[in-house]
Every structure is written in C-alpha cells, then in structure tokens.
Design a binder for this molecule. Structure first.
Ligand SMILES: [Zn+2]
Length: 373
C-alpha cells in the first residue's frame, strides 16, 4: 500500500520523499519554511516596498531600473502589473523567442506592454538551429527538453541587464502556485545542453544563447541580482487572470505553460514518456497555500490531461522527423543528466561561492539547494 502525504498530493513514488510522524511529507516542510522566509500580507507588502525602494535608488538616472522576462503567460504579465502599477518601477521587458510562441502569447505580450507603456527587448532564435538543438534533446532521451528555453531565457535576461546596465532581474516564479519540483526531476545547465548537442546535433551552436560558467561568473561578479517579488504576494491565480483580462484584455491560453507550443509539447512528453504529471506539483503547491482543498486537487489530478490534438504532428513536421524516427525516440529508454556531462561537480565544488551569491540575492535559494549539493 503506497503512502500519500496527509496534506498534499505527493506519494511515496516521488523521489526524495519522506514523511514525519504525522504523515506529512518533507516537501510540505520545505513549503512551510519558505512561507516563513517569504511572508505575504502586511509584512510581505513591507518587504516588497523596501525592495522596490532599493531598486529605484540603484536605478536613479537610468532609463530602466529592472528587467522582467515576459512570455505572455499569467505569471510574467502579473509581475509587470505589480512592478509598474503597484511599485512604481521602470521595467524593461525582455523576451526570448524560441520561434514556437502561440498567437495568444504574442498578443498578450503586446497588449499588456502597450497598456503599461513598457519597452520590449527581444532575442529571436534562429529557427533551424533551434530545431537542431530540440532534436538533440529528444534523441538524448532526457526529460528536460525545454531546458533550452529556460537556459536561453536566463542568458537573454543577463545579456539585456549587461547591455542596459540594469542591476535587477525580476522573475515571476511563485512557490505558492508552481510548487517545489521533486528532487532529481529536472536538472539543467549550460554544459548539459552543450554535451548533448555535441553528441546528437548536426549544426554549430551559433545563435543559441547558452549559459556557460565563465560567462555567468562575469555577470554574477558584476552584481546583477535576481529577485522573485511574487514570493511576497498572496497569488490567487483565478483572480489574477480575471484582473488581467479585465484590465488589459489579456487572454488565457487554456493550460499552464501552454503559451508556447514547444513548452506544451514538453508537458505532453513528460506525461506520456516520462510518466511525470506536473499538475501534481502545481496542485500540491496550491493545497499547501490554501488556494485549493486536497479533495479538489485529488479530483483535478485524476482527470485525463488533454493536449491539443495536432501537437505531436506539428513537432514531427517542424523538426523534420519521420514517423519511424519519432517512434524510435519515444520508445528509447529514458535517460538522466547523469548520463551526460554537466556542471554539477563544479557547482558542488564551488558551494561556498554560490552560498555568497545566494546570500547577496544574485541567485535564487532553490539553485543553491538543488545544484550545489
Ligand atoms: Zn506533502
């Protein structure tokens, strides 16, 4: 009989899980710890205003005082709203275009930025090079195929910060709605992508903004900080979506992370080939935050996950994969980052350095915990 956490939806199949004497899992424990470290309500509000004051002071005389990565999704659109309307910041919006955006996402970015009068800086990927990288990730048989977007976005944000001499990068992540991914579920770094691409790619990596360690170190030493303001906000997504559509004409695209076709396909692949249901992570977070009851979460997660029917054929067509080629990829045994070269041993060795980076807000705490041990 399998054990399920008394509070969230995680069960004993989740890697790295343990239960206390009350039957509550350690991931719930991490949530509570973060909840204390990043409070909402009055004290959260105060902390947020203090952060905003510091950003304004440091950005005096500059055209922009912070950078916000945008995807057209709910989180980043909400962050733009908070930054400009509630905190009075002067953000520059930055977008990494992997060329797989949905029409809704593009329209959302456009409409929100226009209404808030925020400038946009975009880095557009070369389509053929992206497809070559994407194919490499698929052939490598690893779950982290969308690490490409995450890494490229991170690099793009740093590039913009460096170019416009901006000290702060704001990120729309919220542990209260997105949750804490089980350990070992996802790993990615620049070396991981490079080693996979070297093995399976057919073109040179030219336009892809990979994050190699030496480049990253320069930006860290330049004291470019990465902050997560939504950590201090009671983030009720349904209300926020309603506010965004009423205020800006923003549109919901029908599912978390479905604003981008490649990202949507990643979800599909995780669900089918790797048997990982990201809804469990998300709903567990919302249950811990009191945004959803455990019963509602259990009911929602038991529903069959639906994907746009044409998603797989679109991926095959765009990546130039024949049916047999695609079948070989899907049926090949899953691999993990341990099967490829990564920076993990280096990150571990550099743990004291990254501790300082975490303590000075230059990297998120989650990076320090996940990558340096
Ligand atoms: Zn739990």
């Amino acid at each position: 009989m399998s054990q399920i956490c008394k509070r969230c939806l995680y069960d004993d199949t989740v890697p790295g899980i343990s239960f206390d004497s009350e039957g509550v899992c350690n991931y719930c424990g991490v949530h509570d710890e973060m909840n204390r470290e990043y409070p909402t309500g009055e004290s959260g509000r105060r902390r947020l205003l203090e952060i905003a004051e510091k950003i304004k002071r440091d950005g005096k005389g500059k055209k922009y005082d912070c950078i916000i990565g945008v995807s057209g999704g709910c989180d980043s659109s909400y962050l733009l709203h908070i930054a400009k309307k509630e905190l009075g910041l002067r953000p520059l919006a930055v977008h990494f275009d992997n060329t797989w955006n949905s029409k809704t996402a593009v329209e959302n970015i456009d409409i929100v930025l226009k209404k808030l009068d925020i400038d946009l800086w975009t880095y557009v990927m070369d389509n053929d090079e992206w497809n070559d990288l994407a194919k490499s990730m698929l052939k490598a048989s690893v779950p982290e195929i969308d690490a490409l977007t995450d890494i490229a976005l991170t690099t793009t944000l740093y590039m913009a910060a460096d170019k416009f001499k901006i000290k702060y990068i704001l990120n729309g992540h919220s542990f209260r709605t997105e949750g804490i991914t089980p350990s070992n579920w996802f790993y990615f770094d620049g070396k991981y992508i490079e080693s996979i691409h070297r093995q399976f790619g057919t073109r040179k990596m030219i336009r892809f903004p990979n994050l190699n360690l030496s480049k990253w170190m320069v930006w860290l030493i330049k004291d470019i900080k990465r902050l997560r303001p939504l950590y201090y906000v009671d983030y009720r997504k349904d209300e926020v979506k309603k506010m965004l559509s009423e205020t800006y004409g923003w549109k919901w695209y029908g599912g978390h992370h479905l604003e981008n076709r490649y990202c949507a396909y990643n979800h599909y692949l995780l669900n089918t080939k790797f048997k990982r249901d990201l809804r469990m992570v998300e709903y567990s977070a919302m249950i811990r935050s009191g945004y959803m009851t455990r019963e509602e979460g259990t009911r929602e997660v038991s529903k069959v996950q639906e994907y746009p029917g044409e998603l797989v054929s679109e991926v095959k067509k765009r990546l130039g994969l024949s049916d047999p080629e695609y079948e070989t990829i899907i049926s090949s045994p899953p691999k993990t980052p341990q099967d490829y070269k990564t920076y993990k041993p280096t990150f571990k060795m550099m743990r004291p350095f990254f501790w300082v980076m975490y303590r000075t807000n230059r990297i998120p705490k989650s990076f320090y915990i996940k990558y340096c041990f």
